[in-house]
Design a protein around this ligand. Structure first.
Ligand code: FAD
Length: 433
């Protein structure tokens, strides 16, 4: 029997593919980050706004095959809220939405950079700040990329590495010139069209997978993992299970803590892995249509504590009662910091006030509000990331524990990559179809 620690998307995908397995999940409802709140006719993905997309057709097909027929296909209409105006996303494709002087500055800096790079005058970037300046030029970096990234990661971009940046497409020269002149271009194109479940929110995906799992023990928090003569014993809540092999999708720092063979220096390494927590503020609004946007980014602190506001009622009409709309604000923080510890009322009030001031909603039209907190939301790639994570993976691999998933591997993975990783692992360790 194979033990799967954690019943988020990755654990459930594994459980659905491995017939001889048991999924052990702490929460009563499996699904992890892919869970949805369904209340008062509203549906919100409270682990953050989720859309179904992939740059790999096969991965997208796999997700769609699990989701079945009842899907909405949307075209992305996403903006960046910048000094009271909406700039098309990605920013480098929306330069003509900027005041003329700022548009010119972005274009000029971009062209100067390309010239300097062609002459070999710009050194290779060694951190995230340098990478942004190297790929986009100083002006685009300073106006949008640096403040936005500092807001979401809660760490200065010069203190971050570049291991994850392959997911950010660099803009072709032609596109930047066209965007500055106001000729329509699109960036980040594999996300231009996306899918969303008609009903039930993103949890439809994990609910379907959970239905295909042979056995799930939910409400079971893994508190101890020990090695036995012929495998592993996993204990928690006064119960224990024996397994021949073990896959962990629970956060790597948690695994390092509960595995009783972890030496002190490995525990310390695990404690040094950085991650961000997430607060979501969900609002139901008595307004048939707030706007046509999919979501809007907020790079500037003065425009709100949230880095993004999404509009679930524009993903699927079934996510809000008839004649109403919805908006969800996402705020990153550190576990137990000042933001995390704000009361729900304070958070709702702060979000409502900013959205009202930015002209997005009428504060008085909010008829429903909820706040949720998620401890493990984003892996933070600080400059120590690679060293720390390699050391931990090597140790767990030596102990025979397979790591899979976003926090299991401690890697910035989206749903498609999590499901794909689970599929590959299921095939490799056998029994998977
Ligand atoms: C804000 C945000 C927006 C996102 N948007 C998108 C998007 O639009 N598209 C996309 O493709 N991806 C998106 N993602 C990424 C996506 O959510 C993840 O890739 C995916 O959900 C990760 O699944 P997982 O199972 O690996 O991890 P998790 O969902 O974190 O699952 C881990 C599970 O382990 C359980 N667990 C933890 N500790 C224990 C313990 N001690 N014992 C037992 N169980 C335990 C947890 O309860 C959880 O269920 C987004 C993520 C965030 C944070």
């Amino acid at each position: 029997m194979i033990g799967i620690l954690g019943g988020g998307l990755t654990g459930l995908t594994l459980g659905s593919l491995l017939p001889e397995s048991v999924v052990l999940e702490r929460e009563r409802t499996p699904g992890g980050l892919c869970r949805s709140l369904n209340e008062a006719g509203y549906t919100f993905d409270f682990g953050g706004s989720h859309i179904v997309f992939s740059n790999k057709p096969e991965r997208l097909q796999f997700m769609l095959s699990v989701l079945g027929e009842e899907l909405v296909k949307n075209r992305r209409n996403t903006k960046i809220y910048y000094k009271g105006r909406y700039v098309k996303y990605p920013f480098e494709n929306g330069l003509s939405d900027l005041p003329l002087e700022e548009n010119f500055e972005c274009l000029l800096e971009f062209l100067k950079l390309r010239l300097k790079r062609a002459r070999g005058e710009v050194p290779e970037p060694s951190n995230l700040k340098e990478w942004f300046e190297y790929k986009f030029g100083r002006a685009i970096a300073e106006k949008y990329l640096l403040p936005y990234n500092e807001k979401i990661w809660r760490i200065r971009p010069e203190e971050m590495g570049t291991e994850w940046v392959s997911r950010i497409p660099a803009p072709p020269l032609e596109d930047v010139i066209k965007s500055s002149l106001g000729i329509e271009t699109e960036g980040y194109v594999h996300q231009l069209e996306f899918y969303y479940p008609l009903r039930g929110g993103i949890q439809r995906l994990t609910d379907t997978l959970a239905g295909d799992c042979r056995s799930i023990k939910s409400g079971f928090e893994v508190e101890q993992v020990s090695k036995t003569l012929d495998g592993f014993q996993v204990s928690g809540d006064g119960e224990s299970y024996d397994f021949e092999s073990l896959i962990s999708t629970i956060p790597l720092p948690v695994l390092a803590r509960v595995f009783d063979g972890t030496p002190k220096d490995i525990v310390r390494t695990a404690e040094n892995l950085r991650f961000n927590s997430l607060v979501t503020v969900m609002l139901g609004v008595d307004d048939p249509k707030i706007n046509d946007f999919s979501w809007v980014y907020f790079p500037r602190r003065e425009d709100g504590i949230f880095y993004r506001a999404s509009f679930p009622s524009n993903y699927s009409p079934e996510t809000s009662p008839e004649g109403k709309s919805s908006v969800m604000a996402e705020i990153t923080c550190l576990r137990d910091d000042e933001t995390w510890n704000l009361s729900d009322d304070e958070l709702v009030d702060s979000v409502k006030t900013s959205l009202h001031r930015n002209g997005i909603i009428d504060k008085d039209s909010v008829e429903f509000s909820r706040v949720m907190r998620t401890e493990y939301a984003y892996v933070v790639y600080d400059l120590e990331y690679q060293r720390n994570v390699s050391k931990l993976r090597k140790f767990m691999s030596g102990e025979g524990i397979e790591l899979c998933g976003r926090f299991g591997r401690f890697e910035y993975l989206n749903m498609d990559a999590c499901m794909d990783g689970a599929r590959e692992l299921a095939l490799r360790i056998g029994g998977g179809e």
